[in-house]
Design a protein around this ligand. Structure first.
Ligand SMILES: *Cc1c(COP(=O)(O)O)cnc(C)c1O
Length: 367
């Protein structure tokens, strides 16, 4: 372990994306300052949440918003909102769900694991997850028949590169609305697509404040005023341990302002140029074929994919990169094809240079 500055933590080069065990994202100065300032004073959390609601409503084009501890907490609390509708006695009783509708429908391919299985986030509220269809295939008709059962409190959909199958979210939301079933969409890393998700008509949409929005850890919930009141009602129930801090709310508001000022067109052009340059340099490495892989969910950027000619082994190289100084973390979802992937959006030129240099050394070694 090499401490690299006064904090003493090992600084890592993170080409794995918005990955929680590596600190998720880098916040801009405006966000860091807002967090530090919030820590200095007493405030009215209620007033901050009201400002957050207005800011989130503008951001997403829906009626209202609310901030909780993180997106995982938001899954639990939106399920609790659907079960209780915010009714105080039911809120106080959770996770004892006796007498409440508690079945949560979840397409099997949406049973993602982002550090724990999303099913567990449902059970934490007292909800009963029920997987619908198969991992690679869940049809609207499968959902429709499942929604005929008793005890349904909601349908949970996940918009993520982790989810499988090709379920059309808008059609799923539409089917649920016809049967009066509330819909939650977990779009934790999809803040850049929030308007598209909101346009499906889902009652509640969940985002992470600390992923591509680059705020402090926070779970952002947006939706109808009534749905938001039911989420907020959990604050004096199971939501107590999942609350947003003043610094998280202040930092999220600053991150939303930074995003509002950002030209996505310019950002996208700059990212694309940076990726092209990286790929061109990577293509000069021995035994490497480099190409770009667009984000599968439709986020406005691509990742670098490096394929190695045998006998070079992608898995071994990924391990060697991680064991380097500084440690370099890459994405390993394509390792079975002898490829590694790198998300380089947030990386500086000096970090990209270190990655290429390290790969050059590793590939020069005898295999
Ligand atoms: C990251 C992620 C979460 C959890 O987000 P946190 O804010 O870290 O709790 C939930 N769902 C999905 C799909 C995610 O990608």
């Amino acid at each position: 372990m090499v401490p690299s500055d006064k904090t003493g933590w090992t600084k890592v080069i993170n080409a794995r994306g918005t990955f929680t065990p590596l600190g998720v994202s880098r916040s801009p100065a405006k966000v860091r300052e807002a967090v530090a300032e919030a820590l200095r004073d007493y405030v009215r959390i209620e007033e901050m949440q009201q400002a957050a609601s207005e800011s989130l409503a503008r951001f997403s084009g829906v009626e209202a918003g609310h901030i909780v501890h993180c997106a995982a907490a938001a899954v639990t609390l939106t399920v609790a909102a659907c079960m209780t509708k915010g009714e105080p006695q039911s809120v106080a009783r959770l996770p004892d769900a006796h007498g409440l509708p508690c079945r949560v429908l979840l397409p099997a391919g949406h049973n993602v694991n982002y550090g724990h299985a999303i099913e567990q986030a449902i059970r934490l509220a007292g909800g009963k997850p029920q997987l619908i269809g198969a991992a690679e295939r869940c049809d609207i008709s499968d959902l429709q028949s499942a929604m005929l059962q008793d005890d349904i409190c909601g349908l949970l959909l996940v918009s993520s590169r982790l989810s499988r199958g090709s379920l059309d979210l808008a059609a799923a939301v539409d089917a649920a609305r016809r049967q009066d079933v509330p819909v939650i969409i977990d779009g934790a890393a999809q803040d850049m697509r929030v308007r598209e998700l909101a346009q499906t008509g889902a009652d509640l949409i969940i985002l992470s404040g600390q992923k591509y929005l680059c705020g402090p850890t926070a779970g952002l919930v947006v939706g109808t005023t009534a749905a938001m009141a039911a989420v907020r009602a959990q604050e004096v129930g199971i939501g107590r341990g999942m609350k947003a801090s003043k610094e998280a709310i202040a930092g999220t508001l600053a991150a939303l302002e930074v995003r509002e000022e950002l030209s996505i067109i310019d950002w996208r052009a700059a990212q694309s140029a940076k990726l092209q340059r990286f790929l061109q340099e990577a293509a000069t490495l021995t035994a490497v074929t480099a190409c770009a892989e667009p984000d599968p969910t439709g986020l406005p950027f691509a990742r670098a994919v490096l394929e190695f000619d045998p006998p070079y082994d992608a898995e071994k190289l990924a391990e060697q990169l991680q064991a380097s100084t500084p440690p370099i973390y890459v994405m390993t979802h394509l390792i079975r094809f002898n490829k590694i992937a790198l998300e380089i959006n947030a990386l500086r030129q000096d970090e990209l240079h270190s990655i290429l240099l390290r790969l050059r050394v590793l590939l020069a070694d005898k295999v």
